[in-house]
Design a binder for this molecule. Structure first.
Ligand code: HEC
Length: 115
């Protein structure tokens, strides 16, 4: 019986990686499931403050339950400075408008799915 060495498993994974990346970047940006899955990845950086799934257990506002529209316009307003904030302006500035759309769609979908 042939056993794969851990080295060859790593090599196979590395060989597959560019293919996976290429597949992801060739997916149409407008595909809704692509938007949601990219938003899900980006949303991991929100969890540290807003809690898992945006359900905060601290003084930081809960964002779970907010519509995609609400979250998108809040993030765009933080980014532009139209809405004053302590940390969200700096955080929102780290995302393109497209990424903000993806994040907002993810939270919107999450909230409507579990309600
Ligand atoms: C460093 C902590 C921190 C991180 C990280 C963070 N937030 Fe915030 N968020 C806050 C705080 C604090 C507020 C209240 C406004 C302010 O003072 O900045 C806020 C406010 C908000 C609001 C407005 C809530 C309301 O009820 O109107 C939204 C929406 C929001 N954040 C979304 C996000 C999203 C989406 C991410 C991830 C991309 C994120 N935040 C990452 C701390 C954070």
């Amino acid at each position: 019986m042939m056993r794969l060495s851990s080295k060859s498993v790593v090599a196979a994974a590395l060989a597959a990686f560019p293919f996976l990346l290429a597949t992801a970047s060739h997916a149409k940006n407008s595909d809704h499931s692509t938007i949601i899955s990219r938003g899900e990845m980006l949303s991991l950086s929100c969890a540290g403050c807003h809690g898992t799934d945006g359900k905060s257990e601290s003084v930081i506002p809960t964002i779970y339950g907010r519509s995609a529209k609400y979250i998108e316009s809040a993030l765009l307003d933080f980014k532009s400075g139209a809405r004053p904030s302590t940390v969200m302006e700096r955080h929102a500035k780290g995302y393109s408008d497209e990424q903000i759309h993806q994040i907002a769609e993810y939270f919107g979908a999450l909230s409507s799915k579990n309600n």
